[in-house]
Design a protein around this ligand. Sequence first.
Ligand code: ZN
Length: 615
Amino acid sequence: MIPEDKVAEIRERSDVLSLIGDYVQLKRAGSSHRGLCPFHAEKTPSFYVHPQRQFFHCFGCRASGDAIAFLMKIESLSFVEALRVLAERAGVEIPTETQARDPQAEREKAHKDKLYAMLDLAAGFYLQQLTKHPHGHIARAEIAARHVEAKTAETYRLGYAPSGWDGLSTYLRERGASLADAEEVGLVAKRRDGSGHYDRFRHRLMFPVADIHGRIVAFSGRALSPPPGEAPSDRVEAKYINSPESAIYTKGELLFGLYEARVEIRREGWALLCEGNFDVLALHQAGLKNVCAPLGTAFTEAQAKLLRRFAGRVTVIFDGDSAGKKAVTAAYPLLAKAGFAGRVVTLPQGMDPDQIVRERGADAVKQLVDTSPGIVEALIDNAAAESSGNAAERATAIEQLGPMLALVESPVERQLYVERVARRFGIQDVEAVRAQLRRGLGDRRGKSGPAPAPKSSVPRTNERVKLPPLESELIGALLDQPELLAAAETEGALELLTSPELQSIFRAAITVVQKRGVLDAGMLLPLLNESVGEGAGRRWLEERLVDPKHDVPQARQIFEDGIKRLREGQQQRQRDQLFRDILEARREGDEQRAQALTKLRDELAKSAIRQGPKG
Ligand SMILES: [Zn+2]
């Protein structure tokens, strides 16, 4: 655990504005900054960051919190992970003694850090070779032939692994880098005769593969046409060579482009999943920046789970050939199990997304994506289109759809799919179709896909309770200008408030301002967890914190007017009460008490008049 005072220090030294500025384009709006929310799709900005209060809030989706909360949400980090990232950014050291020193774990971490540094060094080398090496133009020509713009190439840090056998090895040796480390991550291999190392990636276009923290953990190298004067090698070269697994890279656990796409995926709420590296680049360039791809492997369960951390919906855009269709069929159960709602873009026979973008333009692809059918619909339609007239074959095709439909959770949806199967296969009897589908389930019958964990719904008490308008206006003005909060005369307002929520907010705000000098949202909001909870008061407060409405003179005016009116209201209530008491005394024949109360009421009325004009 990270000690409490460290957490406070990290919180204090973290600047929410510069952190969020790395993800969102912010524009100044009064004392706040405003931009498009990274957590939901929107066209007009409703996402606010208040730098003094170290707080962000979205009026659209109600995401809000401090720097830690932002980082946890946008990068899918735990509280402790987010703290570590912020600590590093802010240059705060976290004492290692506190995490029960484990020499083994520390050695491993140090070793991994060395491997990350090695891959980073290599990426820098490949990037430099793209322009410096005499054969770099071949890689640049390939980039140009694929219509990859310079900016895109830069975003994905494309590079060139030079022809020859020892470009990287020499570079690393000259820098005193460990060739054993380079060997461990598969950049170089030992020569058979034991006389040193040779490069594993030679004359290839290099795609670095980043983990979700943006650290390069592997490379994917694409073959290029041979350098001038060299005969094409008689060996058939693999189109792609990928880094082998290592301490920092496990196959099938990462997605190419996910790091670059993560913010957009979260913002849009869905991810576009394609097959190839160039598809990722082309779709990104076409404006579909929420795109990623499995790395040279079939889509895996681990990848589905990883992606699920960022979005709830996925659209698959695989090649329009039979391999592509098979890949969709294979991906579906994994997506369903991870709880994804899936759609699938069917491309014309023999085309891949990269080609479509090049030949038909960005809009054509977007159109295909926008109008893509649900993945189950597409699987049914494909199965029907591909099965011939042969009755036995058609029966088998239906049977094979059984397990897929079993993964559909909603009974209504499942029923609609069964009807679709009947329609597409031209069968009148829906019950017969159902029976055939069941046969496909075999002994799995009855065990439909695991239900995803129910979403925890935040209890919203007091959701419909409105705050009294005059009181919230007054407290709002004070929150806008905390210097007024600290002034002595404002405390008198406390006894005039009738809303317990506003009383709690007011009291907590005074405490925070007295302690911090500013209205620090990160300190204020936790103070209110119990008294205000998730109700209307909290929502009102969050919105007010990021979007103050009044400057000091206005706020003072509103406060003074408000106090006066609240006091008048209070006195009116007192007079009403007295009036009722007088009536009651008379009814009971207690003339003496009635007269005393009347006198009191007249005095109250007089003092109200005296106070009136002065305020
Ligand atoms: Zn939002």
